[in-house]
Design a protein around this ligand. Structure first.
Ligand code: SAM
Ligand code: GLN
Length: 282
């Protein structure tokens, strides 16, 4: 059997075609953890130990896929979000760390919420994490994509929570299926289509376009439709939380103000980018 260091090095070389040195190293460790079951501390403390068992065909597959810039989360089929494990694969967005901040904001401000809806749930990251953090709440998760809904329900079950998974279109009359909600939360597609060219290959070539992009001349298309539906589906005083495009904060505040939303608050993420907004139904 090879040593851990040998496999780490193979993974690192494969990743180096697509990532800088630091990132290639971190992806290599991540891959080897998944392949061998060793934890990161073991890998760093004693890398020259021989591996007890590893499937060499799997080593070759992971190596090849890293060299093709497939996201590590798809390669190993799972990712961590809010301390929970989520199955992910092609057809579903890999949940991002900034979205954890949105989840924590909702959980902090709405500890007694009874009914929560997550629109554009993808892997179910937001809905499942909220169901875990707020066990008294009934959580529903909506998406237009069947692949996403399938991941979301598997992830709810795997994490031991109940989430009502519903197919729906956020751009049409979605609100007729919901009433008396305390919270609506959404991380909808918001990347301007013109950003596509400058995005990393691992996003551009692998993640679903349906989850990411909006036309440059209509960046708020999801937010307008979600806010309008939420006006009907939320209880008075109910809260609406969005993850937003960093360049759209002003437009968002203007749009929500015009529509009569109150208590509007903008927050930055850990990268110091305007990233989330909360408002309430008057
Ligand atoms: N909530 C997940 C997260 O934060 O990781 C996924 C967010 S992803 C940015 C946006 C999601 O919106 C995708 O799962 C996509 O399938 C879904 N979506 C795209 N168009 C939609 C539509 N018209 N109606 C409902 N959901 C839609
Ligand atoms: N933040 C994600 C990215 O840049 C996109 C999330 C979204 O479109 N809502 O890849």
């Amino acid at each position: 059997m090879p040593t851990y260091a040998e496999i780490i090095n193979r993974m690192k070389c494969a990743a180096a075609a697509n990532y800088d040195e630091r990132e290639a190293h971190s992806l290599a460790l991540w891959a080897v953890e998944a392949l061998t079951g060793a934890d990161r501390v073991q890998l760093l403390v004693d890398p020259h130990r021989e591996v007890e068992y590893v499937d060499m065909e799997e080593v070759e597959r992971v190596e090849r896929e890293l060299s093709e810039a497939r996201p590590i989360q798809y390669i190993i089929g799972t990712t961590e979000f809010c301390g929970l494990q989520f199955a992910v694969g092609e057809g579903v967005l890999v949940p991002r760390p900034e979205t954890e901040e949105l989840v924590r904001w909702v959980a902090e401000e709405c500890p007694t919420a009874r009914r929560i809806l997550d629109i554009g749930t993808g892997s179910g990251a937001i809905a499942v994490s909220l169901a875990k953090l707020l066990p008294q709440a009934e959580v529903a998760a909506m998406d237009i994509s069947e692949v996403a809904l399938d991941y979301a329900s598997r992830n709810a079950t795997a994490n031991g929570v109940r989430v009502r998974v519903v197919q729906g279109d956020a751009l049409s009359d979605w609100a007729s299926a919901f009433e008396e909600l305390d919270v609506v939360v959404s991380n909808p597609p918001y990347v301007p289509a013109s950003d596509r060219a400058s995005m990393h290959r691992n996003v551009r070539d692998y993640e679903p376009e349906l989850a990411l992009f909006v036309p440059d001349d209509d960046l708020l298309r999801f937010y307008r439709s979600i806010a309008d539906g939420a006006t009907r589906a939320l209880l008075t005083g109910g809260a609406l939380y969005f993850e937003i495009y960093e360049g759209a904060a002003e437009q968002m505040i203007e749009m929500l103000t015009e529509r009569g939303w109150t208590d509007i608050e903008l927050r930055r993420d850990f990268n110091d980018k305007n990233r989330m907004i909360r408002c309430r139904k008057r």
